[in-house]
Design a protein around this ligand. Structure first.
Ligand code: PLP
Length: 399
């Protein structure tokens, strides 16, 4: 009979996409659904220079393929940005521009993992690392971090994880700032992690530094992993335009890495998608060439207000814990105090919230943390307030 491959059957559908699809189905059937808090993107537009550049790109003839690796001006712009803002010196030959950060992660894993290699992923984590590792025939291994520790990976946890088959440990994932927790690893934590990795027995381990949210931090400054002593060689740095510049639909991200890894990623991309959209590349270049500091400061101020409101409302609910997120635009609420005794999980809570109150959130299961729920607060204050009212009511109903 006509079949689907076992590989595709083994991986799961992206659960954030699944929740969005379910909300859409309910909306289409006439129900009022607030799905603003389940989406991993800001509700605002990119800076004006980006919108202008999209229009101009067509007029100026930027409608053709660029080289697979990405337009050389854009790669130079990315290197200038990484040097000036992140303290990491890269050469344009070390950058591969992709259709979003997700493709950069996929190609980075594909470039360095052999079948059976272990990919260490601190959890709660972004929905796709485990599945992407599996697509590369690698073995994802979770390292649990807790709300009490502010969801920060410690050197002790890392050392423990590295005791199992260290020779097969190929990649450590550091998502910083983190989706879904909003945790930002401070310099001390990163230094402690780097110190472990500097040991000769771990010299073969790469760090996939997913820094796609690096521009979106509040009080803890973001430190680029590649800027730490001796770490650049080891770092598979993933960055992009989706979150900081609110360019999600333009699909533009990049990998910066050792030249051999960037070349391997480019070789793969040449057989998968070819270059990223030429129009998007012009828009990305415009974003980097202009000074967006003031625009970003304003967006961060709005996000800070929404974060503070969300966390305050969550902490008012007995049994709900939420460490203060220092970056990105997510709050990760731990509901163990409400759900555990009743034998419920984050998924049960989200189902009740959607069913009874018409509010869609992504359950912690999607992020390998079953007693929790993620709230994306980069939405309108109105949607946020009504969702928080419903959240509080729904917890009260479960008591
Ligand atoms: N990495 C993390 C942690 C993310 O949250 C996302 C998007 O949600 C991505 C990567 C992928 O970004 P892009 O939309 O640029 O592919």
């Amino acid at each position: 009979s006509l079949r689907i491959s076992s590989m595709v059957k083994r991986i799961s559908e992206s659960q954030t996409a699944a929740v969005q699809a379910l909300s859409k189905r309910l909306k289409d059937s006439g129900r009022r659904v607030n799905s603003a808090l389940c989406i991993g993107e800001p509700d605002y537009q990119p800076p004006d220079v980006v919108l202008d550049a999209i229009g101009k790109a067509g007029d100026e003839g930027h409608t053709h393929y660029t080289v697979v690796q990405g337009d050389s001006e854009l790669r130079k712009g990315i290197c200038d940005y990484l040097r000036d803002k992140k303290g990491a010196a890269y050469d344009p030959a070390q950058v591969c521009v992709s259709n979003g950060g997700k493709q950069a992660i996929y190609q980075a894993f594909m470039a360095v993992c052999d079948p059976g290699d272990r990919v260490l992923v601190p959890t709660p984590c972004w929905v796709s690392y485990h599945d992407i590792a599996q697509l590369c025939k690698a073995q994802p291994v979770s390292i649990t971090t807790t709300a009490e520790e502010g969801y920060l990976l410690t050197a002790a946890h890392l050392e423990q994880a590295l005791q199992v088959d260290p020779g097969r440990c190929k990649v450590l994932v550091l998502c910083n700032p983190c989706n879904p927790t909003g945790a930002v690893l401070p310099r001390e934590s990163l230094e402690a992690i780097a110190e472990v990795l500097r040991r000769p027995e771990f010299a073969h381990i790469y760090v996939l530094a997913d820094e796609i949210y690096e521009q979106l931090v509040f009080d803890t400054p973001h430190v680029c992993f590649a800027s730490l002593e001796g770490m650049q060689e080891r770092t598979l740095l993933v960055g992009g335009f989706s979150k900081g510049f609110a360019m999600t639909g333009l699909r533009l991200g990049y990998l910066a890495a050792r030249k051999a890894v960037a070349a391997a990623a480019t070789k793969l991309q040449g057989q998968i998608t070819s270059c990223a959209s030429s129009v998007s590349q012009r828009a990305g270049l415009a974003a980097l060439r202009s000074d967006q500091a003031e625009w970003l400061r304003e967006r961060l101020q709005e996000l800070r207000e929404k974060r503070d409101y969300t966390v305050k409302r969550l902490r008012e609910i007995p049994g709900v814990a939420c460490p203060l997120p220092e970056g990105a635009f997510y709050a990760f609420a731990n509901l163990s105090g409400v759900l555990w005794e009743r034998g419920l999980s984050g998924q049960d809570f989200c189902a009740a919230l959607l069913e009874r109150h018409g509010v869609a959130l992504v359950p912690g299961e999607a992020f390998h943390a079953p007693m929790s729920v993620r709230l994306s607060y980069a939405c309108s204050m109105e949607d946020l307030q009504s969702a928080m009212d419903a959240f509080a009511d729904c917890v009260a109903e479960l008591r």
